[in-house]
Each structure stands twice: as structure tokens, then as C-alpha cells.
Design a protein around this ligand. Structure first.
Ligand SMILES: Cc1cc2nc3c(=O)[nH]c(=O)nc-3n(C[C@H](O)[C@H](O)[C@H](O)COP(=O)(O)OP(=O)(O)OC[C@H]3O[C@@H](n4cnc5c(N)ncnc54)[C@H](O)[C@@H]3O)c2cc1C
Length: 447
């Protein structure tokens, strides 16, 4: 059976990093991850690309008459492949060639011979990496072979636009596995035109070393359907790889206004000159107000505010990772009857780096935010990170999670999200009463 998209997407994202960071006791699976289809198509996705190509793979094979199971690699175990005909893996890697959390979690479950000679094929999408430790594609391939898997087609890697590589890979493995190929390229969401109608600096560089961060208001030409936590993918004006940005507004409030929080990336280039990140530079510095950009909406159902606004939420963010949360509060405010919401925000300096401070103060006043904690790592009177704040508030956090059933949303750079997950795991491990429901921690990592 070909799972409808939101279900598969939820499974992948709701379980991010759990067993890897010590959540295994309550992340254990009660229901089987797969139906009985003979070919398993598994994806380890970072920004949704691997999932889209995995869905297209499943569609192509189903159109050819095969029975297919589509799943997130991170929830699968070697025993899931018993009696199957083939395992096809589409795995994204980071810019440095590293594997995603989901892929790493899967690798941890492999033991010698555990794959029982299943035929497999691997397509990686993303960076290649330079050192042996970073060659995520080779690490994954080696582990599949060590676990007994037999390669059905040569491993393929797509570093840029992936459709041509994907098509060739799929055709080759179809020949090798004697499968009928019935498919076309992944359904691409059409790029839409957005006008930049507002831009405001969120940091105040009074201290000199704030991170230059801007809010950007984009107006779509037509009404759209989106929620905070969804992603807008923007390609550089001259074309090339798209960059992802978390949406911090909601079509429930205004179906045309998309709000982003963008950090300006800077570097000193090979010649010693100051340079800017390609897309962040274009959006913040180069495109005038009123200018047009092309963006593609990508839904992230697992990182949206809960469908029931009464459900308590804990939002944890550092720096520009705060991007989706103004929109979470907008939706809660618009609902008119939202439950408790706790935001823990961290950055360098209270004076200068407290992004969206006024928005959050207003939310405290109108009740859409009920608790706000901060951690400013470079202030002499603070010096903490968000995970320090969590440790300090361990009892309170346990109460929100275990007694009140809160959902937790973590957003920011990957090192931060990992640290926060590990801290929450440690705090929950100290609890006499385990968390009953699994998958209540949701992670959006920026890389
Ligand atoms: C799911 C997801 C959500 C995200 N959400 C957000 C968000 O809400 N807000 C946000 O700000 N970011 C977000 N990001 C990050 C964003 O997608 C981009 O990665 C970021 O804006 C940098 O892109 P860029 O084109 O500006 O930089 P790039 O041109 O891609 O450069 C990448 C880095 O390399 C440096 N660099 C480039 N060229 C050189 C050179 N010659 N020498 C040395 N260094 C160099 C740049 O300064 C930059 O730091 C998200 C990422 C993901 C995966």
C-alpha cells in the first residue's frame, strides 16, 4: 500500500532523533511499520527532497504493477524486510555529506547478516563530503552490505537537480530486478511569484556582534494554503539549488502574506573580500522592496501547530530558529481559545539579539503565549543556552509533557536541536512515570 503523504511525513518527522538520543523506551513501536508490499521504498529526508523522490519511485513502481511500501527509513528495522523482494533507499545528505538522523538511527539497528541477503539500491541526494567519516553515502552503502544486503544497481548520487539521476537509477534497478517501470518525475509544486512587501531588521547591532537577522514579508500573487512551520523554498535569482525557509505566518490569518525570519550569512571569500550567502544576501541586500522572488511552498504537517489549539505546546528555539513561532502564536491568537504555550528562546545578547521580542511580549499580554524563558549566551549576567534553561526547569517541563500532554517543537541549527533533544531525554529519564504517548517531540533542523 502506498501511504498517503501526510502519514509518511509524520512518521519520519515525529520520530526524529528519538532513539539516537535516548528516547528509545517511549519511542518503541507498537504497530508494524509496513504492510505486506514486496518492494520497500524508504527515504531519509532532510528538507523533503528524498521524500518527494521516494513518493515518485513508489508511484512509478505501482504504475508498473508492483506492490510497494513507502516508509521513512528512520522507523524501519531489519526484520521489516523479511520476505521482501527489494529495498530501495533514497537518502539525503547534508552539504558536508553527512547522513540524516533517520538514516543514522537505521544504521544503529543493523547487525551483520540482519538484512538476510535482500537486494537493495541506494540513491543519495545532496552533498558528497570530503573525509571518510563524512561520506554518508559510502557509510550507508557499506553498512547495508555488511548487514547482508546485495546491491541490485550501482549506488547513484545527485548533487544538484536530481530528476535525471533519479530516472537513470530507477530504470537501471528496474532492469536488474525485473520490475516494470511506469513512472514520471516527482510532482513538483509549481513555483509561485512573491513580492517583497516588508523587511525589518530584527536584531539591533548596538553591541557590535549581533547576528544580522531580518523579518521578510512576502506577498503571494494568489491566495495560498499554508501554516507556520511549512517551508518556502527559494532559488537564487540566476537559478541553482533552492534554500529552505520556515514560514512564520498562517493562511488562516492572511492567505497571501508569508513571513520569514532570515539570518544574513556572511563570509570572507578566497580573496579576503566580505561575501554574503547567495539567497540570504539576495533577499536581504540585493532585491529591492517591491521586487519579485520565486518560491515553492512545501508543507510540513508534522511541524505545524496542533490541530486542537487547546493542546499545550512548548516551543524551543535559538537564533533564527525562532522563525516559525510568531506564526504559531498568530494561529493560536486567531483561534480565540488556545491552550497554554511556553516559548524558550536563546541567542547571544538580550539587548540586540532578542528577535521578535515585541511580538512575544504582545502574545504574553493577549494570552496566546503563557510563559516565556530566555537564555542569552554572551551576556555576563546570563551565559546560558536554551538547554540550560530546560535543565533548570526540569520539573516544570515534566509537568507540561507528562501531565499536560504538551507537544514540543524544537527549531534551529542541528547542533542546538540535538543538544535540546538529549537534554529532554535526560530529564524524562529521571521521571518515575514515563511519557505515555510517543512522538510528541517535533524537530526542524536548519543545518
Ligand atoms: C528545513 C530548513 C529550514 C530553514 N529555515 C531557515 C529560516 O527560517 N531562516 C534562515 O535564516 N535560514 C533557514 N534555513 C537555512 C537556509 O536554507 C540557508 O541554508 C541559509 O539562508 C544560507 O543560504 P545562503 O544561500 O544565504 O548561503 P549559501 O550561499 O548557500 O552559503 C552557505 C554558507 O557558506 C558560506 N559561504 C558561501 N560562499 C563562501 C565562500 N566562497 N567562502 C566561505 N564561505 C562561503 C555562506 O556565508 C553561508 O554561511 C533553513 C534550512 C533548512 C534545511
Amino acid at each position: 500500500m502506498f501511504f498517503p503523504l501526510p502519514f509518511v511525513w509524520m512518521r519520519d518527522h515525529l520520530s526524529v532523533g528519538l532513539s539516537a538520543s535516548g528516547f528509545s523506551s517511549w519511542a518503541s513501536r507498537s504497530a508494524p511499520a509496513l504492510g505486506t508490499g514486496e518492494i520497500v521504498v524508504a527515504h531519509a529526508t532532510r528538507d523533503g527532497t528524498a521524500r518527494r523522490f521516494a513518493e515518485a519511485t513508489a508511484r512509478a513502481l505501482e504504475a508498473g504493477g508492483q506492490s510497494v511500501e513507502l516508509a521513512a527509513l528512520g522507523v524501519l528495522r531489519p526484520e521489516d524486510f523479511r520476505g521482501r523482494r527489494a529495498l530501495l533507499i533514497l537518502a539525503e545528505t547534508t552539504g558536508e555529506g553527512e547522513l540524516t538522523e533517520g538514516a543514522r538511527r537505521f544504521l544503529q539497528r543493523l547487525t551483520p547478516g540482519s538484512l538476510g541477503e535482500i537486494r537493495f539500491a541506494l540513491l543519495t541526494l545532496g552533498g558528497r563530503g570530503d573525509g571518510a567519516l563524512r561520506r554518508g553515502d559510502q557509510i550507508l552503502r557499506g553498512a547495508l552490505r555488511a548487514a547482508g544486503g546485495r546491491e541490485a544497481a550501482p549506488m547513484a548520487r545527485a548533487e544538484g537537480e536530481a530528476t535525471a539521476v533519479w530516472t537513470a537509477w530507477l530504470q537501471e534497478l528496474c532492469v536488474s530486478l525485473r520490475l516494470r517501470f511506469g513512472g514520471a518525475a516527482p510532482d513538483e509544486v509549481a513555483a509561485k511569484r512573491f513580492r517583497i512587501v516588508g523587511r525589518g531588521r530584527l536584531d539591533e547591532p548596538i553591541r557590535g556582534d549581533t547576528q544580522e537577522t531580518w523579518s521578510l514579508i512576502l506577498e503571494a500573487e494568489t491566495e495560498l494554503d499554508f501554516h507556520p512551520g511549512d517551508i518556502l523554498r527559494i532559488a537564487p535569482a540566476a537559478g541553482g539549488r533552492e534554500r529552505s525557509y520556515s514560514i512564520g505566518s498562517s493562511s488562516v490569518v492572511d492567505p497571501r502574506l508569508v513571513v520569514l525570519t532570515l539570518r544574513l550569512h556572511r563570509h570572507v571569500d578566497e580573496k579576503g573580500a566580505l561575501g554574503y550567502g547567495r539567497v540570504s544576501g539576495e533577499l536581504i541586500r540585493d532585491t529591492p522592496l517591491g521586487g519579485l522572488v520565486l518560491g515553492r511552498l512545501q508543507q510540513q504537517p508534522a511541524f505545524r501547530p496542533p490541530a486542537d489549539p487547546m493542546q499545550p505546546i512548548v516551543m524551543i528555539a535559538a537564533g533564527s530558529g525562532v522563525a516559525p513561532f510568531p506564526g504559531f502564536l498568530d494561529e493560536r491568537e486567531a483561534s480565540g481559545w488556545a491552550g497554554p504555550a511556553w516559548l524558550i528562546f536563546g541567542n547571544r545578547h538580550r539587548r540586540g539579539d532578542f528577535l521578535w521580542d515585541e511580538r512575544f511580549q504582545a502574545a504574553l499580554r493577549d494570552g496566546s503565549l503563557t510563559r516565556l524563558d530566555t537564555a542569552f549566551s554572551r551576556d555576563a549576567d546570563d551565559g546560558d543556552y536554551v538547554h540550560d534553561r530546560l535543565r533548570e526547569q526540569a520539573n516544570e517541563l515534566r509537568r507540561w509533557l507528562i501531565e499536560d500532554g504538551a507537544l514540543v517543537y524544537i527549531c534551529g541549527r542541528r547542533e542546538m536541536t540535538r543538544e535540546v533533544e538529549a537534554t529532554i531525554a535526560a530529564i524524562l529519564a529521571e521521571s518515575a512515570e514515563p511519557m505515555r504517548e510517543e512522538h510528541r517531540i517535533r524537530v526542524d533542523a536548519f543545518d
